[in-house]
Design a protein. Sequence first.
Length: 217
Amino acid sequence: MAEVAEGLVADLIEAYKGFLANLPSWAQHFVELLLLVILVVAYCIFIWKLYRFISRKNFFGLNLNKYNKSNHPLTEKIIAGALYFLEYIIILPFLIFFWFAIFTFFLVLFTNNIEVNTILVIAAVIIAGIRMVAYYKEDLSKELAKLLPFNLLAIAMITPGFFNLERVIENFSKISIFFNEIIIYLLFIVCLEIILRFLDFIFSLFGLEEEGEEKEA
């Protein structure tokens, strides 16, 4: 896969250089800046969507329990538990992983001279940190979900070589490394969400969550 990705990137770079070669100097700079602006705007839109989505403890309203039509008390509880497991232990972690993958993709494009494994760790720490804080205080989680990714963008933009579109295209070849590590990070996200849900259940069972909210109020 890595060889295929490198070959594809080489073809893209050659096609891009061939396209620019037919343009005057001013048009070349215009095209480069336009493509970089589009990339930055796409990242900003993604972060805006990401923080509104991932910074909430319960961030999607599937409410699968509405499909529980059982009238028997025991059966109703069993079905409710199964639907809860499906919604928050299976579907939710995969959605988080989807956002994690896109976030990593952008970081790979924006960063320079940083190994993909390091970028994966950075992305995993940020996403995991946002999710953990979301169980404590959603307002703080929203601030983290906005602040950290935009700070990374600001750092990348002042780094020499950021406005080199060929470097961005070359970084596409690094994406293949992500797929070699994909299972590890998927398992990490699933395990983290299970632990957070379990702790949240324990706190709510003993009323600790409600007491904390009353004190803050």
